[in-house]
Design a protein around this ligand. Structure first.
Ligand code: FMN
Length: 188
C-alpha cells in the first residue's frame, strides 16, 4: 500500500475525548482533553496534557488533582462545548446541566453522567512545549453500577463510549474480539 509521508504530528487515533473535571464541588470546572492515556498499570498512572493558557491549568497546578470522566456518544455536544468555551467566562457545569458527585479520594468532582471516572492525583508537571503533561496516579475509579454484572465483570461495551479521531467524534461500534482471544483455546 502506497503511503504519503508527512512531518511528525499528533495523529494518534482514536483517543478518548475526556471530560476532565477539576476544582471542588463548590467551585468546579470542566474541560475537554484528548491528549490523555495510561502510562503504567501498577501503580495505575495516567496523564493529561494541558496548555498553560487554559483556565483549568492553574486549578490543576494549584490543587494537584483532577478527574478523567469518559463520556458517552450521547454527550458529544457537551464534550465539544466544554472544549470550545472557557470556565474563566462561563459556568460550563451549569450551562451543560452536568450533575456532580463527590470524589472518593480527591476534592475534584466526578461527573454523574459519565460511565467511568478516574480520580487522579498529580505526581509531576512536565512542560513539553505547547502543552504541559500532568502525570498522575489514579487513586480511585468510579464505575456506573449498571455496567457491572453479577460476577463483578465490567461490561464497557454497554457504556456507549465516545471516541475522537482527527477532529471528528465517533460512537464506539461493534465488538470484534477481546483480550487474548487470538490465542485462547476453545472449550469443548
Ligand atoms: C475534542 C477536543 C479535545 C481537546 N483536547 C485538549 C487537550 O488535550 N489539551 C488542552 O489543553 N486542550 C484541549 N482542548 C481544548 C480545551 O478543552 C479548551 O480550550 C477549553 O475551552 C478549556 O477550558 P478551560 O479554559 O475552562 O480550562 C480540546 C478541545 C476539544 C474540542
Amino acid at each position: 500500500m502506497a503511503k504519503a509521508v508527512w512531518r511528525g504530528g499528533a495523529l494518534l487515533a482514536p483517543v478518548p475525548p475526556a471530560l476532565v473535571t477539576c476544582g471542588t464541588m463548590e467551585e468546579p470546572n470542566v474541560l475537554t482533553v484528548a491528549w490523555t492515556g495510561i502510562v503504567c498499570t501498577h501503580p495505575a498512572m495516567t496523564y493529561v496534557s494541558v496548555r498553560p493558557q487554559r483556565h483549568s491549568y492553574g486549578i490543576i497546578e494549584r490543587t494537584g488533582e483532577f478527574v478523567i470522566n469518559l463520556p458517552t456518544s450521547a454527550m458529544a455536544k457537551t464534550v465539544d462545548f466544554c472544549g470550545m468555551k472557557t470556565g474563566a467566562k462561563l459556568n460550563k457545569i451549569e450551562r451543560c446541566h452536568l450533575e456532580l458527585l463527590p470524589g472518593e479520594t480527591v476534592s475534584a468532582p466526578v461527573l454523574a453522567d459519565c460511565p467511568v471516572s478516574l480520580e487522579c492525583r498529580v505526581t509531576e508537571a512536565k512542560p513539553l512545549g505547547t502543552h504541559t503533561m500532568f502525570l498522575a496516579e489514579i487513586t480511585a475509579v468510579q464505575v456506573e453500577e449498571r455496567l457491572i454484572d453479577s460476577k463483578g465483570k465490567l461490561n464497557l461495551q454497554q457504556a456507549g463510549l465516545l471516541a475522537y479521531a482527527h477532529g471528528e467524534y465517533f460512537a464506539i461500534g461493534r465488538k470484534c474480539g477481546d483480550f487474548g482471544f487470538s490465542v485462547r483455546k476453545k472449550r469443548r
